[in-house]
Design a protein around this ligand. Structure first.
Ligand code: URP
Ligand code: ZN
Ligand code: ZN
Length: 457
């Protein structure tokens, strides 16, 4: 017995057409007129869009930071994801100093239980040695085909240029992709010390000590090292106009550079640090309106490949207030996984900045292609996983933390209008969400073994 979604408007990265879609045994088995078979459940979805499930390729669930840990674990985080139309997340596992990559991966698997959407992992490398080099290939064999290097967070996660070069070279050999947090951590460290010596402790100093140029410089450096290693690179959470400029220029030199931005860099700006500023302490920080405008342009023109969230939630009360007297003690990060698609639909598609197909491309298809999940995920095609979001375009609401699924006491988009919602959310053919609410309380999410990086298609 299958399910037929009848009369919906199928939207992929390249197409937009009215059709029936039949699902059976976790897969899409037919697209076309009247594929109904005996005993099928038929759901009338006319007037709705059928979108491939969203892929958020940058989350941090159950992440320990200093003395605290993110408010969302894998269960609450993936529940929030699927309520908002995201059926796959790729979270960041981290190798802490002294750990092997295998230990770091085991720890991550222990955390990732009771998931409501499918999930994969990138691996953050912080401790480089010959053993790490060998283990990278083991991870690729296990489906962890991307790594992250931090150019910031000095004395903690940050790696130096020699490590960057070696990880790039090794990744090229084994078919992995390296993702980069681009901020110059050495300079930030000095700027933070200077700010505190001058008795500046307010949250706005988080932004002032991480100026635009520290991102631009780090992106430029990574691009030079990528050229030297002849390896592709993926820049996470791009926040600035000048960083985008470096990327666009770098591509002219035949270097494969992919770029991700996040809703916070498109919709919020540094004026938010003036009230409850700790809520917006994240790295990189919020920027100027000219940066958001440049990033929207970059999305429209295809210069930016993906929109993820960098979801990394800490409660305002009890966690963000660890830094009440000192901005540098505020845990970095903010929530976003639940509202990503609604925000991009409302402020991107409905405001005419991008088409619905472009929204599908940057929130689902491109992440699937870049991170080795396509065409299993990221599209509506016969043979693909039946991760389908039936999107109700007429629904409109106001974002309120008091109504959210994610397990955190604030929402950075509080009071924002949000149009569209998940009328039905299917994960591998199972109906999980109806009208924005989880109706199947079984955690059916599975670990995804991703394929090696093969270049951008
Ligand atoms: O502030 C942020 N972004 N926290 C999460 C870790 C990271 O740098 O991506
Ligand atoms: Zn980062
Ligand atoms: Zn992150």
């Amino acid at each position: 017995m299958g399910i037929v979604l009848k009369g919906g408007n199928v939207v992929t990265a390249t197409d937009n057409f009215i059709s029936d879609v039949r699902i059976e045994n976790e897969k899409i088995v037919a697209i076309g007129d009247n594929p109904v078979q005996e005993n099928d459940e038929v759901i009338d979805v006319s007037g709705y869009y059928l979108l491939p499930g969203g892929i958020d390729c940058h989350t941090h669930f159950d992440l320990s930071v200093g003395s605290t840990k993110t408010a969302d674990d894998f269960t609450s985080g993936t529940r929030a994801a699927i309520v908002g139309g995201t059926t796959t997340i790729i979270d960041y596992a981290t190798q802490y100093k002294g750990e092997t990559l295998s230990e770091a991966l085991d720890n991550q698997f222990k955390k990732a239980h009771d998931c409501y959407c499918d999930y994969g992992f990138h691996m953050g490398i912080t401790d480089w040695n010959d053993c790490t080099r060998e283990e990278m290939a083991l991870l690729v064999n296990k489906g962890i085909t991307s790594f992250k290097l931090y150019m910031a967070y000095k004395n903690n996660l940050q790696v130096d240029d020699g490590v960057i070069y070696q990880v790039l070279k090794r990744s090229k050999e084994i078919g992995a992709l390296v993702t980069f947090h681009c901020e110059n951590g050495d300079v930030i460290d000095v700027l933070v010390k200077e700010a505190k010596a001058n008795k500046h402790y307010e949250p706005i100093y988080h932004a002032k000590t991480r100026p635009e140029i520290v991102e631009k410089e780090a992106i430029s450096r990574v691009i030079h090292l990528a050229k030297l290693a002849d390896a592709p690179v993926y820049i996470v959470h791009l926040s600035t106009q000048s960083g985008l400029f470096e990327i666009v220029n770098g591509r002219k030199n035949n270097i494969t550079i992919m770029a991700e931005t996040c809703p916070q860099y498109l919709l919020l700006d540094d004026s938010y640090y003036e009230r409850d500023g700790a809520k917006y302490v994240m790295s990189p920080p919020l920027r100027k309106i000219k940066d958001s405008s440049a990033l929207w342009m970059g999305i429209g023109s295809g210069e930016i490949d993906t929109i993820a969230t960098d979801h990394c939630s800490f409660n305002f009360k009890g966690q963000k207030d660890l830094g009440i007297d000192d901005f540098s003690k505020i845990p970095n990060g903010a929530p976003g996984v639940e509202d990503r698609l609604g925000l991009i639909y409302t402020y991107g598609v409905l405001e005419g900045k991008i088409s619905l197909s472009q929204m599908v491309e940057i929130t689902s298809t491109n992440p699937a292609k870049i991170f080795g999940l396509y065409p299993q995920k990221g599209t509506i095609e016969v043979g693909s996983d039946a991760d389908i979001i039936v999107w109700d375009p007429e629904y409109e609401t106001t974002i309120k933390a008091s109504h959210q699924t994610q397990n955190v006491d604030y929402n950075p988009y509080e009071g924002f209008k949000r149009c569209g919602r998940v009328a039905y959310g299917f994960l591998r053919g199972k109906k999980i969400v109806k009208d924005g609410v989880i109706i199947n309380n079984e955690p059916l999410g599975k670990f995804l073994q991703r394929k090696p990086f093969k270049g951008v298609m």
